[in-house]
Design a protein around this ligand. Sequence first.
Ligand SMILES: Cc1cc2nc3c(=O)[nH]c(=O)nc-3n(C[C@H](O)[C@H](O)[C@H](O)COP(=O)(O)OP(=O)(O)OC[C@H]3O[C@@H](n4cnc5c(N)ncnc54)[C@H](O)[C@@H]3O)c2cc1C
Length: 412
Amino acid sequence: MHPDIPNQPKRISHMVAAQSLEALIDQVRDFIDHEVIPLEEELDRNGDRVGSSIDALKSSAKDKGLWAIGHPREIGGRGLNLHEFAYVNEIIGRSHWGQVAVGSVSMQDSIMLHKYGTEAQKEQWLIPIVRGDMYPSVGLTEPDVAGSDPTLMRTTASLDREDWVISGRKWFVSGADRSGFITVFCRTEDAGLSPSRQMSAIICPRGTPGLEIVRAIDVLGLSSGAHGSACEVTFNNVRVSRDFLLGERGQGMEIAQKRLGAGRIFHCMRWLGQAQRAFELMCERAQSRYAHGSLLAEKGDIRRMIAESAIDIQAARLLTLNAAAIMDQEGDSRIAISMVKCFAAEMLHRVIDRAVQVHGALGVSADSPLSRMYREARLARIMDGPDEVHRSVVARALLRDPTAAPWLAPIR
Ligand SMILES: Cc1cc2nc3c(=O)[nH]c(=O)nc-3n(C[C@H](O)[C@H](O)[C@H](O)COP(=O)(O)OP(=O)(O)OC[C@H]3O[C@@H](n4cnc5c(N)ncnc54)[C@H](O)[C@@H]3O)c2cc1C
């Protein structure tokens, strides 16, 4: 464990001058538990269509000063570092709609555009997504090749005078059907270059001729959600200006890894919130359900599930804080991120599974939020790189050099 990491939100940086981190967390918790969670059922039914409850929630978050709080200060956020934001984002994650309601759902794309975008790109794409007026989407994964190995990607783009011409097929592009643009990763460079230098990222506005949203894929029956539908998208000689290249030619792999790194740590933070909520529901049920002569809470099997869940959640929380602190210090965070990504995804699945079990039939019915939480949790082990790939990243690095992560040491 990293020696600088306390498990209480005491370290308050230059952020929120007038408000302590604890007060901010309390305010966010009040908003999520009392405004967002009561509207979940309606949002699950109607998604975030114009006119749905999401508009009222966004306005309320803006009025309360809770909008986009995790963003860097230069783009409208509060200047929280990742370690601080971990505490806040766990609370936002208690509801899967929380991140849409407080404007953090697009954060990894905002950070990507902030770091790599030109001034014109920031004006056109970054400002509207931070304001919540537009959603972004990202196309990396392709149906015909393994998404866990991006060097196999087949979508191409070539320069024709002043335009990039893009051809290929992507799928699982989350929210493509509601987004203003897709950042599409494609092969632009010579096949003789190293695989990490062959890809580029190009911004492709939705509505550009040749870009077709073929279908919204049914994913475990989760038709609408905070990230929108998983879409299959074809690019049939799609032409966009050469000015829509994000970063440099051949920089696509670096940009994708940076975006995914941020995305993974944000997911882990939110998964803590989902697991903690399932844990609270499990404890409440165990203390109120009576069977075979005692409350469930008095039975050894159930107590074991409760204890193991608390241990799981706390271990994931500490790994998340650890990775966040390393990222804040701009150290090499690959091992830390891969460790927490696979542990937190499996933790989430285990904890929600136990909570479902303790609820019996109620747990798998739509009368309980657990049924949806369980299906969302199953996705966590595949999205942003399957768990097997993350374990292999950790093992490869540590086999090469067992001291590659100096923070993997006893606290002195
Ligand atoms: C809910 C959801 C949202 C998503 N959103 C997006 C998005 O917005 N944009 C986007 O581009 N993509 C998105 N994806 C796609 C996601 O990134 C890919 O599914 C993921 O990278 C895995 O690629 P794949 O599905 O092609 O699986 P494959 O690469 O075919 O892998 C299949 C299985 O093979 C095994 N495997 C693979 N590599 C190894 C290895 N090295 N060692 C051991 N076993 C291995 C694993 O068990 C893995 O699950 C999303 C996926 C989901 C589920």
